[in-house]
Design a protein around this ligand. Structure first.
Ligand code: SPD
Length: 341
């Protein structure tokens, strides 16, 4: 009996020693070169369980619900602000992320997390109009293009509440952080007026549809525009003259992460110059990682006006802020717009 118990104990020790360390990563769709995941596992022995979401709001709902635990998530600016305020994020121990030194100081003190305490910059970009030059008479320069009946059923919008409502606010001449119910009513009326023109509200599908020539114009994030323009010479991108949103996407560790040290290793790995450069080549979004830009070649990297917009364009862009309880008004309006589609 004693011998059987000893063997059982030995076997169970063997099994637990063999069980690999894992981290659970929750990211936007199409937002990482999956080769980097296997390279991370090969170099560290840590397996990656990888899941994707489409919007900040989807990710937030899952984390705030408490039912699931992830080790690394990728919230945008205003969502970092919200999650930090709701104690949903674990503070970053910068000593364990030495490769964060590769990140340009300019990106390290944005208003959503000024220290920064909770977030490591990952990518950034603008919102604008991706258009098919063979399907538009003139290159668009205004958000009014997205209300033009000429593009009825030839128009794609983002299925993302804050982004689409934010741009509708700008179309109506308001700040994209407005919480004034009158401004939001204006934005809602514009989106209602626009609805019969919209072919579909999409997120990642926008890329295949625009590359395939299924629509003439689309509201997109700049990195997706870069991706599409690399695939098709017929596509071009503009940040309309009325101004737009500039966003910062980040890597964070949720407060209920099970493997904080694994998460730190992963974030540090993604900040490594060669990895951030390789990831940029796949994802297409502008990066805050100076060392990676050197690897890519500064001249070539800066040649893209999409990922490197002139200062006068950036000056007209606003960052989204978390709007507290007023978020509920946004949610209500969005539900009305999207539920009848
Ligand atoms: N395909 C994933 C794209 C993620 C882009 N994030 C943009 C956030 C804008 N608020």
């Amino acid at each position: 009996m004693k011998r059987i118990l000893t063997i059982a104990l030995f076997l169970s020790l063997l099994v637990s020693a063999a069980a690999a360390e894992t981290i659970s990563v929750y990211n936007w769709g199409d937002y990482i070169d999956v080769d980097t995941l296997s390279q991370f596992t090969a170099e560290t022995g840590i397996d990656v369980i990888y899941e994707v979401y489409e919007t900040n709001e989807d990710m937030y709902a899952k984390i705030a619900n408490g039912g699931s635990s992830y080790d690394v998530i990728f919230p945008s600016d205003y969502m970092v602000e919200r999650m930090a305020g709701e104690h949903l994020l674990h503070p970053i121990n910068w000593e364990n992320i030495p490769n964060a030194a590769n990140i340009d100081e300019r990106f390290m003190h944005e208003s959503y997390d000024p220290e920064p305490t909770y977030s490591v910059p990952y990518t950034w970009g603008t919102m604008g109009i991706l258009y098919n030059t063979t399907m538009v008479d003139e290159a668009p320069d205004s958000w009014q293009t997205l209300l033009d009946p000429e593009y009825a059923m030839d128009m794609l919008m983002l299925n993302s509440p804050r982004d689409t409502l934010g741009i509708a606010l700008v179309m109506a001449g308001h700040s994209l952080n407005s919480t004034d119910p009158k401004d939001l009513e204006d934005a809602k009326q514009l989106l209602i007026e626009q609805k019969p023109l919209v072919l579909a509200y999409v997120v990642d599908e926008v890329k295949d549809k625009m590359i395939g020539g299924e629509a003439a114009v689309a509201l997109v994030w700049s990195g997706d525009a870069t991706f599409c323009m690399d695939e098709s010479d017929e596509l071009d991108y503009v940040v309309p003259k009325e101004g737009s949103n500039i966003f910062f996407d980040t890597m964070c560790i949720p407060a209920n992460a099970k493997n904080v040290s694994g998460a730190e290793k992963f974030i540090d790995f993604m900040c490594r110059a060669d990895i951030a450069a390789k990831n940029y080549e796949y994802v297409g979004y502008a990066i805050p990682n100076r060392a990676a830009i050197e690897v890519l070649g500064e001249e070539e990297y800066n040649a893209s006006p999409v990922n490197n917009p002139p200062q006068e364009v950036l000056d007209k862009c606003e960052v989204f802020h978390y709007l507290g309880d007023d978020t509920k008004l946004y949610d209500q309006i969005w539900t009305e717009i999207i539920s009848e589609f």
